[in-house]
Ligand binder design. Structure first.
Ligand code: ZN
Length: 277
């Protein structure tokens, strides 16, 4: 690969779930060979693996380990569920430390039928409960607001403003926000909220993909940048205006792309990153 390719893709990160058919070893090899700068590892990719060894392999391949995805899902209908979620998040923090990842992305959770305000309190309390361990191991926690279509069972935090409110309440350097264009592109307050997030030094991550019209599956029909209707370049400008110098993380859940040749998909990701983000 040429030096210019290294420069072009040095701020491109890919989530292992984006190339779901590849196991973690394959993803590391393929991303590194393609000159990609970073990798975000999903926890399922670590099952049955020696986590420290995977972390070492990522570093040996000169990939930046951007984050571990994902913790969260704090809300529960009973105390047992609340306690179990907190324990699982502590486990995720230990896994991030073993891997050498500086940050965990939190998909915060919701319980169908439970008031969103109650879920938000459980989320805030849950993050507070795991913060001492995150502090001890130096792991950042990035709250990812999810599009309101997921307010029933995946996240009671649906806007940057709600995520900022939780951050304000916890008021801790290790608690910030993962801004994902898929979830926030529609928000009329987006520009202001991104600005506020940056000012408070809590814009921890930037995820990119696209919104398909029509969307055939609300979970697994995300588009590659440029395939849908999101003004990714515009949102990236807002993000970079805050001084954000982190990665552009490609996070595409797509049955359509997963069913295709993943080497061709990786080439398409690089092209879309250069042209449409
Ligand atoms: Zn995301």
């Amino acid at each position: 690969m040429s030096a210019s390719e290294l420069i072009d893709f040095s701020k491109l990160c890919i989530h292992t779930i984006t190339t779901k058919p590849w196991d973690v070893e394959t993803a590391i090899e393929k991303y590194a060979n393609a000159g990609i700068g970073g990798i975000t590892v999903w926890r399922q990719w670590l099952e049955g693996r020696d986590i420290e060894k995977i972390g070492n392999s990522i570093r040996e391949h000169n990939l930046s380990l951007v984050s571990l995805c994902r913790g969260g899902f704090f809300p529960a209908a009973d105390q047992q569920g609340v306690d179990a979620a907190i324990e699982d998040n502590r486990l995720a923090i230990r896994e991030a430390a073993a891997l050498g990842a500086p940050m965990i992305v939190l998909v915060c959770g919701a319980v169908p039928g439970q008031p969103l305000t109650k879920s938000r309190k459980q989320i805030t309390d849950g993050i507070a409960a795991v913060l001492p361990l995150a502090e001890e191991l130096g792991i950042k926690l990035a709250i990812e607001p999810l599009h309101p279509v997921y307010a029933d069972d995946r996240s009671a935090i649906n806007t940057m403003a709600q995520a900022n409110a939780v951050c304000d309440e916890l008021d801790h350097d290790l608690v910030g926000i993962a801004a994902d264009v898929y979830h926030i592109w529609w928000d009329p307050d987006l520009e202001e909220q991104i600005r506020i997030t940056g000012e408070k030094n809590r814009l921890f991550a930037f995820h990119i993909c696209d919104w398909m019209t029509p969307t055939s599956d609300l979970l697994n029909d995300r588009g590659l940048m440029g395939e849908g209707c999101i003004d990714i370049k515009g949102i990236r400008k807002m993000v970079e205006a805050t001084g954000f110098a982190g990665f552009n993380e490609v996070e595409v859940f797509s049955n359509r792309w997963w069913s295709q040749d993943q080497d061709e998909f990786l080439a398409a990701i690089k092209k879309a990153y250069l042209e449409n983000s």
